[in-house]
Design a protein around this ligand. Structure first.
Ligand code: FAD
Ligand code: NAP
Length: 572
């Protein structure tokens, strides 16, 4: 049994007045917490008013149920009577009423696509929307049946279902040796990398997803025969080719690759793909502060997954019989102090730094997980792009509490890769190129001395370019007390070791011994700590924390003259 304490809202002294969705949480009445809702759904009470009957709902019928005391909402073709849920909705009744009597799918997706409504609202299901008959587009249905017949061969490009307006050509093929099955996906995308390829193979079910901008291509097959647990993924970046290599269980000849599953060979918007979860083993749980722990999860051998910098995953747990989902941002096992080489991530583990709330059902359940237990982890999501960092000269990271988590990989990325990748300052680059050209033109047969001298002066200019080119990273870390500061020692050590990095701790509830800065996010604090290193330097300011913190911060920064492009706010 889970030991989940009863909750009172707003929690006494709780400063977290926001929902993970990015919407303000409203104070819920006593007895209206998530756990209370779960208890109500298990009570056997008739929550739809239909005595367990499922009905087909027309648009006209749906529209009639548009009042607080009688509210139906349609999500992805299923209609729910959310009247009993009104008082339990963390975002408040008014938010829910925005979709009353209508199709709320888009609104739901905008706010919290990841929430498992099927499970949360299971007892509120009224039925399906009555569908107006639409003739299936001919080529798609014929392609589907063609495809079912010929899965053991190469597919034509028109076999890509649901292709958008984007001009993307995708296809796949497969071949075998005595011991291996190799599935080759051709994307023709030049910048394909390991983070854009997610592969899972569970019980003969193979799922290979390729991310191309905001779209996703999927190969999903029920394999003809069983394969071994470990698989390999090879990516040829230059031509955008992906090879998924499976080891046969028995060295027999396969007549075909297998049966296509529902979403096989589709290329659709990422937001239209359902979340996919795999079970990961908890291998360690270590203390970071009095209330925050570092969870190390091991991916199955049959999974290829790298969570990109700035993205999060969803964890799914069954809490008192109901599936509950929450987002978490993977970090590194520790802050590397030597940023010369890109950090070597083994690809087999995901590290999560999680604050355990005494009144938080999800984190209480995580707290009760034992080493060796399994938990479901989703594919990554998030809209942060590394290129935002690559083109900046000053990087500011504004973090509050666990809002520090996305900053960890970001810091690592900025200090390892960016200084090497950044292009030189244009004027100096031109100056160097000019010098070389002049030298070549004017000195047709140079003496060794002339060559050496010129080489020396070019080196000097290049050094100057490198110095000008070094990125500076400043972390401004807001916490309540000293005890709440995550990885304080590591951050201080890093600041001592690497002159490009600076950290400032700001406490909102310090003890009287605190010698550092005190306060909350404000315009004056930001104007003191966030400054361009030169008049025209390009800055990127990343901000993450409780939603009101983030929203206020963004507003202050805009008031201080920073543009929307210079600010990235992490939200769900
Ligand atoms: P909750 O039930 O959400 O409660 C948390 C706190 O809020 C408690 O103090 C509770 O008393 C209070 N509270 C709850 N509801 C109300 C209400 N209606 N009114 C007032 N107070 C209320 N967290 C991490 O620790 N690490 C991460 O890496 C991380 N990454 C995230 C990434 C994203 C994109 C987002 C959006 C959030 C992330 N979070 C992270 C937060 C995480 O998803 C959960 O919100 C958090 O773990 C709390 O979950 P819970 O169910 O245990 O607690
Ligand atoms: P916390 O300890 O409650 O607060 C950290 C600091 O932020 C404190 O100084 C606190 O000051 C201040 N703060 C809190 N609420 C504020 C507000 N409304 N306005 C201004 N300052 C405020 O924080 P936490 O419990 O770790 O929570 C971290 C939050 O970050 C969670 O909401 C989590 O969902 C979010 N998060 C988001 C992401 C993402 O990617 N979107 C990732 C990780 C975490 P006070 O003294 O006033 O409390």
């Amino acid at each position: 049994m889970l030991n989940v304490p009863p909750q009172a809202f707003p929690a006494p002294g709780s400063q977290q007045r926001v929902a993970a969705s990015g919407r303000a949480k409203v104070p819920l009445k006593p007895g209206r917490s998530l756990m209370d809702w779960i208890r109500l759904t298990k009570s056997g009470k008739d929550l739809t008013g239909l005595k367990g009957r499922l009905v087909e709902v027309t648009e006209d019928e749906l529209a009639k149920h548009n009042k607080k005391e009688d509210c139906w909402i349609c999500i992805r073709g299923f209609v729910y009577n959310v009247t009993p849920y009104m008082e339990y909705h963390p975002g408040g009744e008014d938010e829910l009423m925005k979709a009353a009597g209508t199709d709320g799918t888009d609104l739901f997706d905008q706010v919290h696509r990841w929430v498992n409504y099927e499970s949360m609202l299971k007892e509120c299901l009224v039925g399906r929307m009555a569908v107006k008959p639409i003739a299936a587009p001919k080529e798609i249905s014929s392609t589907l049946s063609e495809e079912k017949k010929q899965l053991n061969g190469m597919l034509s490009e028109k076999g890509v279902l649901g292709a958008s307006t984007k001009d993307v050509m995708l296809s796949y093929d497969w071949f075998q040796t005595d011991s291996l099955i190799t599935i080759v996906i051709y994307t023709k995308q030049k910048d394909l990398n390991a983070e854009l390829v997610i592969v899972d193979c569970q019980d003969k079910r193979l799922r290979g997803e390729i991310i191309i901008d905001d779209h996703s291509y999927l190969v999903e097959v029920d394999l003809y025969h069983a394969v071994q647990e470990d698989l390999a993924v090879n990516i040829t970046e230059k031509v955008g080719k992906v090879e998924i290599i499976l080891k046969k269980n028995d060295n027999i000849h396969w007549k075909m690759l297998g049966q296509p599953l529902e979403n096989h060979n589709t290329f659709i918007k990422r937001t239209d793909r359902g979340q996919f979860y795999r079970k990961c083993k908890l291998v360690s749980k270590t203390e970071v502060t009095h209330d925050t722990k570092l969870f190390c999860l091991m991916l199955p051998k049959s999974t290829h997954l790298h969570v990109p910098t700035g993205q999060h995953v969803y964890l799914k747990q069954i809490i008192a019989g109901t599936e509950v989902v929450k987002p978490y941002t993977p970090v590194l096992p520790f802050l590397p102090l030597d940023f010369k080489e890109p950090s070597c991530h083994d690809g087999a583990h995901i590290y999560l730094m999680i604050k355990i709330y005494s009144c938080g059902p999800f984190t209480q359940a995580l707290e009760h997980l034992q080493v060796g237990d399994y938990i479901s982890v989703s594919n990554p999501e998030g809209n942060f792009k590394k290129s935002q960092v690559q083109t900046s000269e000053d990087l500011f990271l504004l973090a509050a509490g666990t809002g520090f988590t996305p900053m960890v990989k970001l810091l690592d990325f900025a200090l390892t890769e960016v200084s090497c990748l950044r292009t030189a300052v244009p004027e100096l680059e031109v100056a160097t190129a000019d010098r070389v050209m002049t030298f070549r033109r004017e000195v047709t047969s140079p003496t060794d001395f002339q060559v050496q001298q010129e080489r020396y002066s070019i080196e000097l200019v290049t050094k100057k370019i490198e110095q000008t080119n070094k990125m500076t990273v400043k972390l401004i870390f807001f916490n309540k007390t000293e005890d709440d500061i995550l990885w304080r020692n590591q951050l201080e050590q890093l600041a001592l070791k690497d002159k490009r990095f600076e950290v400032k701790f700001i406490l909102s509830q310090p003890t009287k011994d605190w010698m550092g800065k005190e306060g909350k996010i404000s315009s004056s604090l930001l104007s003191e700590f966030v400054k361009r290193s030169s008049k025209y330097s390009k800055v990127l300011i990343c901000i993450c924390g409780p939603t009101p913190f983030t929203e206020q911060g963004v507003q202050y920064l805009k008031d201080l003259g920073y543009s929307q492009e210079e600010i990235h706010a992490f939200t769900a």
